[in-house]
Design a protein around this ligand. Sequence first.
Ligand SMILES: Cc1cc2nc3c(=O)[nH]c(=O)nc-3n(C[C@H](O)[C@H](O)[C@H](O)COP(=O)(O)OP(=O)(O)OC[C@H]3O[C@@H](n4cnc5c(N)ncnc54)[C@H](O)[C@@H]3O)c2cc1C
Length: 462
Amino acid sequence: VKQESFDLVVVGAGPAGISAAVEASRWGVSVALVDENPAPGGNIYRQPPKEFAPLAPSAGERGAALRRALDASPVRRFPETTVWGAFRPDVLEAVRGGDSFALEGRFVIVAAGAYDRPVPVPGWTLPGVLTVGGAQTLLKGQRMLPGRRILFAGTGPLLLVVAAQYAEAGAEIVAVADAARIGSLAGHVPGLLSAPALLRDGMRYRWRLLRRRVPWLSQSVLLRVEGRGEVESASIVQIDDSGQRRTGTERRFEVDTVCVGYGLVPSVELLQLLGCALRYDEAAACWIPRRNDDFETSVPSVFAVGDGAGVAGAVVAADEGRVAGLAVARALGRIGPPEAQRLQRPLRRRLRRLARFRAAMEAAYGLPQHLLDGVTADTIVCRCEEVRRREIDEAIGDGALTPAQLKAWTRVGMGPCQGRMCSLPVAELLSRSTERPIAELGPPSVRPPVKPVPIGALTDTD
Ligand SMILES: Cc1cc2nc3c(=O)[nH]c(=O)nc-3n(C[C@H](O)[C@H](O)[C@H](O)COP(=O)(O)OP(=O)(O)OC[C@H]3O[C@@H](n4cnc5c(N)ncnc54)[C@H](O)[C@@H]3O)c2cc1C
C-alpha cells in the first residue's frame, strides 16, 4: 500500500479542519487535508457540483473567506478521499476512487463533524422520511426538494434553518412540530446574549417562516409515519414539560415527506479507532472525546476539533481548529510558545463566550425525555440489519448488559453505518431497562472500516 508522510494530517475539510490546516501551514508545517467530498467547506459551506453553480446561492462571505485562505495556502488536499481506518495513531488508512493508501502524520487532527441524531419511530424506514441534515444536503448539493407536502419534526436550530430554506425553495410545509416549548429561549437570555449575532440569525430564520405563514407547533413530537411502500401520512402528538405525551392531542397530516431533526451528534468513530478516551456528555446526550486546553485528546499528538468533538457550530469549529493548528506548530518548534499563546488567547476568549451561548441553546432545545416511548415492539431500531425493538428487548431479557453484548447477540450496529444510526437509541433502551446510566454502559464498540469502502480497495495488495 502506498504511503505519504506529512507533519500533520487533518481529517475533514469543514470550518474546523480548514482552519486547523491553514493555521498550521502558515508556520511551515506540512499538512495533508483529507475529505470525502469533492470540494472543501464541510456541511455548512457545502457546494453543489460545478454544473449546478449558476443555480446555487453563494456559501456566504465566511465560507468564501475560508476557501480563499485554503487556496492561498500550501496545504496538500485529498478530496473525495475517505479515511476508513487507523491501526496506529500516526497512520491513517484512506481510499480514493477504489485506491487504498496510507497517510502518515506526526500529528493528526480529526475534524470529522457531526451527523443527525437518529430517533426511531414506527415507519421511520419508509421512503420519504429524511433527516433534516440529509434534506439540506439535497437542497444545497443538488438543488432538489425530496417531495411536495412536507412535515418537519424535531427541535433545535438546524430544524429552523432547514424549514426556512425549504419554505423559500417553494416546498409546501404542512407544519413544523418542535419539541421545545414556545418561548423556550426566554429563560436563557443572559447566555444567549453572549453571541448576539447568532441570536439575530436565529430570529431571522424564525421571521422567514412566520412571513410565509408556516404553522409552528410547539411541544410536539413525531409519533409515527404511515404509508404503503412510501410515506402517505405522519402523526404528531403534544408533550408536557416532562416530555410525556398528552392524551387526545394526536394530529395526522397527509404528506409525502417527513424531515426529522432532533439535533446533531459528533462523529467520534475515528477517534475511537485511534484509541482516544470518550466521555458521555449528559447535557448534549452523546459521546465526546476528552481533550485538554489545546484540544489534544488522551492520545498524545491526536487532536479533535469542531462539531466532531461536541456540536457547537461553525464559529467555534473554526476557532478550535486554529487553536489546535497553533498547538501543532508549537509542538514541532515552528513557532515559539509565547507567540503561540499570544495568538491563541483571543481565540480562547471567544470560545469561552460561545460556550455560554451553547449551554443556553442546549438548555432551551434539550432532547425531550421519553422520545423513545413511541418505539413499538415491531419498530425497526437498527436499519442496516433490520433489528426490531422486540429482539433488543428479548436480548436484554436474556441477560445482555452492555452495548457490545447486544451487538453480538442481535447484530445491531453491524451494518454499513457501523452503529451511527442505532447505537444511541439502543443505549437508551438498554439504559432504561437495566436502570444504568448510559455513561456507565460505555460507548459502542467500533471496528474498521468506519465508513463503507469498496472491498477491492481493501484486498488490493499491489
Ligand atoms: C448535514 C448538516 C447540515 C448543517 N447545516 C448547517 C447550516 O445550514 N447552518 C449552520 O449554521 N450550521 C449547519 N450545520 C452545522 C455546521 O455544519 C457545523 O456546526 C460546522 O460546519 C462544523 O464544522 P466542522 O468543520 O466541525 O464539521 P463539518 O463542517 O461537518 O465538516 C466535517 C467534514 O469531515 C468530513 N469527514 C468526516 N469523516 C470523514 C472521513 N472518515 N474521511 C473523510 N472525510 C470525513 C465530512 O464529510 C465533512 O466534510 C450543519 C451540520 C450538518 C451535519
